[in-house]
Design a protein around this ligand. Sequence first.
Ligand SMILES: [Zn+2]
Length: 260
Amino acid sequence: MLTMGGGWHSPPRVGIRALARDDAGQTEPAGAGPAAASRERSATPAHVAGTVLWDVDTQVDFMLPDGKLYVHGAEETAPAMRALVDAARAAGVVHVASADDHELTDPELVEEPDFRNTYPPHCLRGTRGARKIPETDQDDPLPLGEIPIPPGLLAERVRGRRELLLLKKNFDVFTNANANALLDILDPDEIVLFGVATDVCNDAAIRGLLLRGRSVTFVEDAARGLDEERTASCTAAWREAGVRFATTVDAVTALRRPSG
Ligand SMILES: [Zn+2]
């Protein structure tokens, strides 16, 4: 479904100004005017009912300074991430998380990585580094591994579950055979996405979601990139493709709206 312009909300340009990063040389697009913004807001209840919070790889190895593939400054975003996860929990909004679940035999892991297609060992199954940070932890997720579940059975298992966990062996969440089917089952009007790293796993997730015709809001202050320049080019490309940008404060407010 294409919901370009039919938005969950659109005033979030403040999010870009709120960022400390100003070296990317990006200028803000004209964006929708106040009239368009209020039109979109009036459509909010229906859209928020179909909102999914999409949490990308908020795991110890990426998020904490002693992690094996630490994303610089990621730990500073943990309180924002907690606010999003708590708001979703309080509002009954579905929380989809992806998580790397590596074994040393995975093709992505090499000793001399290029940090594009290959990376040093990280998020090894069963290790502390693979755990989600406490701020984004899920209480009782349905874990979905790499073995495809028959679509009818998947729908049955997903029914009534608020927390889903997509385990993956590659930076692209859509390499998990169940990711596409899960998206079809949830069929969200809007996906509010945050996590790490902006220029790797967030980028793969957002591009994958856009390819599937999904409407995405990126919570920029609840995310960090590995490489500053590459992060700037990712966010510029997303913006061009219609991704909306929100601050955590905006996103939390919108998530809370359905429960009053
Ligand atoms: Zn990985």
